[in-house]
Design a protein around this ligand. Structure first.
Ligand SMILES: CC(C)(COP(=O)(O)OP(=O)(O)OC[C@H]1O[C@@H](n2cnc3c(N)ncnc32)[C@H](O)[C@@H]1OP(=O)(O)O)[C@@H](O)C(=O)NCCC(=O)NCCS
Length: 166
């Protein structure tokens, strides 16, 4: 199911058929270093992640991390969307792309699309973000999205920057 379209990208609900791509993304070192090791070691693990994390969020909150594809040829390049965590009052925007697609503005474009969808279609009043202070690329994306940081928070056992709208 397609949720969002931007100039170059389309964002979809992930399905179990996307396990091979999810395996590639979650086992990439940039994902593990900058987000987390989700324990995905094979296609069955990838299917479990899709089911228990991605699809569960769509069903529970009506949104989540969406499979992000190039509109030109349908190639999946990453995940982008909104996450509702118990520890925060507001959803946060999240994204991860395969390294071969970095540096082309895709994260900014996808995240803008997801945030506009959240505000306009879902009525979400406030969208925040968190990132490691070492993740210069992600910080740049969040600044381009118009979010600002002046707070650090403990999140998943490390210090993170909290980005918020004005
Ligand atoms: C971080 C990430 C999402 C950036 O995606 P992207 O598609 O390259 O982002 P964009 O092209 O929209 O913008 C990135 C900007 O950061 C800059 N950038 C990227 N890496 C950088 C670095 N190490 N240091 C400084 N700037 C950097 C780019 O030059 C670009 O700036 P520009 O628009 O002025 O040229 C991507 O590298 C990724 O998926 N990383 C792994 C997962 C991850 O870290 N997710 C975020 C967790 S909070």
């Amino acid at each position: 199911m397609q949720i969002v379209q931007t100039e170059r990208l389309s964002l979809h609900h992930a399905t179990l058929d996307d396990a091979a791509f999810i395996y590639d993304l979650l086992t990439d070192q940039t994902f593990i270093d900058n987000i987390a090791d989700k324990g995905v070691r094979n296609l069955d693990d990838a299917r479990a992640y899709i089911n228990e994390s991605l699809i569960k969020s769509y069903n529970t909150h009506g949104f989540g991390l969406f499979l992000t594809k190039l509109k030109s040829d349908g190639t999946p390049i990453g995940l982008c969307g909104l996450i509702k965590r118990d520890v925060f009052d507001y959803p946060d925007v999240g994204y991860a792309f395969l390294p071969q697609y970095a540096g082309q503005g895709y994260a900014t474009e996808a995240a803008k699309g997801a945030m506009t969808y959240g505000r306009d279609e879902l009525g979400i009043k406030r969208i925040i973000a968190i990132t490691s202070p070492d993740n210069k690329g992600s910080i740049k994306v969040l600044e381009k999205l118009g979010l600002h940081t002046n707070k650090t928070i403990d999140f998943m056992d490390s210090e993170n920057l909290l980005f918020e709208p004005d």
